[in-house]
Structure formats: structure tokens, C-alpha cells
Design a protein around this ligand. Structure first.
Ligand code: E4P
Length: 216
């Protein structure tokens, strides 16, 4: 499973890339708003740091506006993936971009039926938002399970990108279900490394080693 980092913060991206486990980046308008500078500038900076896929979302909601913005975003760098909302207009633009070979990430997916449409429209990635589903009392991971099964049934090439990840268990379950990608906030990426037995084990190894050294 690929791991993307879900942030528009260039420092976090640079740091996470240095760990050697991050394959790509996803951004969204809310994440960009936190950074206080232009979307284009941020995307240019990110694309200087990585050749992996970088999702950049359109702001327009009508097909003509999304198409225009999508083309502008795709022109920033070769690794830009145009993020389009799962709406009739968004999928219309997705199908057009698919014919032209422009990579797309269909976002704000909350049901298997929506994911089926994204695959029919030729999306490169579909992003089910598991955390937001859990937040309203639904089972986000069940939606991912259904999408993976539907895509396998028909050999759709659209990649399942698990988004709105809130904790380590979301990442583990995404991997168990065979999702193609999980996009993970910086804090959760850090949490993936930790286990109390690793810390305790390391502390014990070091104290045993240094204790023995003193006796020599
Ligand atoms: C995905 O591409 C989105 O940017 C993101 O995962 C949304 O997560 P949130 O529900 O934590 O805002």
C-alpha cells in the first residue's frame, strides 16, 4: 500500500519525505487555507520536493470552471493530480480528463455507489473519507471494503485512496482491505512508528549494554 501525506505544509512534507516512506501528497482547500499563501506557490514548492503524485483540488463547482482550473493545476508540474469533487459536474470533467490522460483524484466520496461512478468516469484515484463517515456514526471502513470488492469484481483500474484518516488503526485496516493508498496526516504518520514495547526494549538493550561496559 502506498502512503501519501495529507497536508499543505511544506515543512511537514519535507520532513516526512526524508523518512523514505512517503509516496505522494494530498492537499485540499481547507489545508491550504491554514498556510496563508497562494495555492499555486504551495504546489510549486511541493512539486520541487517530490516526483510522487501531488493532489491539487479545484475550487470551482461548475464543469467549465473545474475544467479550466484543472488544466491550470495540471500545468504546474507533471506529477499534479487534479482533485475533483464527486458531483455530476466533477465526474463530467473527470471523464474528459481521463480521455486526455490527465490524472484525477475524485474526492468527497462517501458511498460505494459514488465510487462506482468515479471508476466509470475513469478516475485515477477515488478518495473515500473514512474519518468523516465514522464521525457521523457510519462505518467508514465498511465503505472501503465495499469499494475494494466492487473494483475487484470488474477490474476497474481506479485506485482506492483512503482519506480522512484519523488514527493508526485506519491505516492498518486500509492495508488489510487491500486499499491502494492511505493518505495520512503528519501526526498519524509519526504515530505509525511507535509501540511502547519498542521504546521499552530499546531502553533495556541500552541499559544492559552500558551496564556491562562499566564492569569491563
Ligand atoms: C483527502 O484528500 C482530504 O484532504 C482529507 O483526507 C480530509 O480529511 P479530514 O476529514 O480530516 O479533513
Amino acid at each position: 500500500m502506498k502512503l501519501f501525506i495529507d497536508t499543505a505544509n511544506v515543512k511537514e512534507i519535507a520532513e516526512a519525505l526524508s523518512w523514505g516512506i512517503v509516496d505522494g501528497v494530498t492537499t485540499n482547500p481547507s489545508l491550504v487555507a491554514k498556510e496563508g499563501r497562494s495555492y499555486r506557490e504551495i504546489l510549486e514548492d511541493i512539486c520541487r520536493l517530490t516526483t510522487g503524485p501531488v493532489s491539487a483540488e479545484v475550487i470551482a463547482t461548475d464543469a467549465a470552471g473545474m475544467e479550466r482550473e484543472g488544466r491550470e493545476l495540471a500545468g504546474i508540474a507533471e506529477n499534479i493530480v487534479v482533485k475533483l469533487p464527486l458531483t455530476p459536474d466533477g465526474l463530467k470533467v473527470c471523464a474528459r480528463f481521463a480521455e486526455e490522460g490527465i490524472a484525477t483524484n475524485v474526492t468527497l466520496c462517501f458511498s460505494p455507489a459514488q465510487a462506482l461512478l468515479a471508476a466509470k468516469a475513469g478516475a485515477t484515484y477515488v478518495s473515500p473519507f473514512v474519518g468523516r463517515l465514522d464521525d457521523v456514526g457510519h462505518d467508514g471502513m465498511q465503505v472501503v471494503r465495499d469499494i475494494v470488492e466492487i473494483y475487484q469484481n470488474y477490474e476497474f483500474p481506479t485506485q482506492v485512496l483512503v482519506a480522512s484518516v484519523r488514527h493508526v488503526q485506519h491505516v492498518v485496516e486500509a492495508a488489510l482491505l487491500g486499499a491502494d493508498v492511505a493518505t495520512v496526516p503528519f501526526k498519524v504518520l509519526q504515530q505509525l512508528y511507535h509501540h511502547p514495547l519498542t521504546d521499552a526494549g530499546l531502553a533495556r538493550f541500552l541499559s544492559d549494554y552500558h551496564g556491562a561496559q562499566k564492569l569491563q
